[in-house]
Design a protein around this ligand. Structure first.
Ligand code: ADE
Ligand code: ZN
Length: 334
């Protein structure tokens, strides 16, 4: 099964580029920029990755991201992730980035987007991997700050496919960002959002009704509300599920209790993703392996998950068909 997962063509749809920052690269970039991290070694930093909830993790994640200063830094971070994608047979990826984490420290929007997008262009040339960028608004900040970010993004609109909503969920409901999401859609961006990771089912209702999102990041707590599940199925909205993230942030206490199979049985369209792989113990293939083992998933289940990853991507129909037929011929031979 491990080999099957390794060779399976797949897409990753829920990934924060700042969450791919491996301790080794973080130390290298910190040194290059003459920034002192509050840890003496890679091991000491890695040992700090012990979280009891989302906020615990976010505090460390923002601290790590603060060593990124130049376009080269953003390039190295992104290219390093895409090289790992290549090694895992990830054909397509939809990458979130948090502009405000950087612009609030004086790094320009242009620096961030140019570094990240150059890496995606090179990964397409060198590895044939396609990528889209998702500009995510930080929900712990106010809507005015998100509007400022939207404004800054407009000269680079051709490089960005969608907008997202991430960071501290509880106390920051989707309704807080209703106007900026409307303006983002008017600017041509596809609306996506984290919902129901720590927030309850009402947050998911708001995200689908008020923000009109086209895909739900996490969505675990949708299962609290039967009517919501029916509505998500009816609207054909996929959930980007992140098993190892859910375990690391105590959304589930044990992977054997993870609701992924239940979601599939309810007719929800589910995909497997790594979220913040440097912090949660594994890239996307490790997420497939861990959940397969915990829930005893069949090859057919794994195939279905990979199929969803292409089907519910933001790709155009032609490119989806190309990837889906590649997946089918792999599945028929394995
Ligand atoms: N930012 C990075 N990872 C996140 C997650 N899992 N939830 C919310 N915001 C995030
Ligand atoms: Zn996430």
């Amino acid at each position: 099964m491990k080999k099957f997962i390794q060779l399976l063509p797949k897409a990753e749809l829920h990934l924060h580029i700042e969450g791919t920052f491996e301790p080794e690269l973080m130390f290298t970039i910190a040194q290059r920029n003459n920034i002192k991290l509050p840890y003496n070694s890679v091991e000491e930093l890695a040992n700090a990755y012990n979280f009891s909830c989302l906020q615990d993790f976010l505090d460390i994640y923002y601290q790590g991201a603060s060593v990124l200063l130049t376009a080269e830094d953003f390039y190295d971070l992104t290219y390093s992730y895409l090289t790992k994608c290549y090694a895992q047979n990830v054909r397509h990826t939809e990458i979130m980035f948090d502009p405000q984490t950087h612009t609030d420290r004086g790094v320009s929007f242009e620096t961030v987007i140019n570094g990240i997008s150059k890496a995606t262009e090179d990964a397409f040339k060198n590895y044939g991997i396609t990528s889209f960028l998702i500009m995510s608004y930080l929900r712990h900040l106010d809507e005015e700050s998100a509007f400022k970010t939207l404004e800054q993004s407009l000269p680079f609109k051709h490089k960005i496919k969608a907008v997202g909503l991430d960071s501290s969920e509880k106390g920051n409901p989707p309704s807080k960002f209703k106007h900026v999401f409307k303006a983002s859609v008017d600017a041509g961006y596809i609306p996506l959002a984290h919902a129901g990771e720590e927030g309850n089912a009402d947050y998911v209702w708001e995200a689908i009704d008020l923000l009109d999102i086209k895909r739900i990041d996490h969505g675990n707590n949708s299962l609290q509300d039967e009517r919501l599940v029916t509505e998500i199925v009816k609207r054909n909205l996929a959930l980007t599920v992140c098993p190892l993230s859910n375990l690391a942030l105590k959304v589930v206490s044990n992977l054997k209790e993870h609701p992924l199979k239940k979601m599939m049985n309810l007719g929800l369209k589910v995909t497997i993703n790594s979220d913040d792989p440097a912090y949660f113990g594994g890239q996307v293939n490790k997420n497939y392996e861990a959940i397969q083992e915990a829930l005893n998933l069949s090859k057919e289940d794994i195939y279905q998950l990979a199929q969803n990853s292409f089907q519910y991507s933001l790709l155009d129909d032609n490119t989806k068909s190309k990837y889906l037929s590649e997946l089918d011929s792999f599945y028929n031979q394995n």
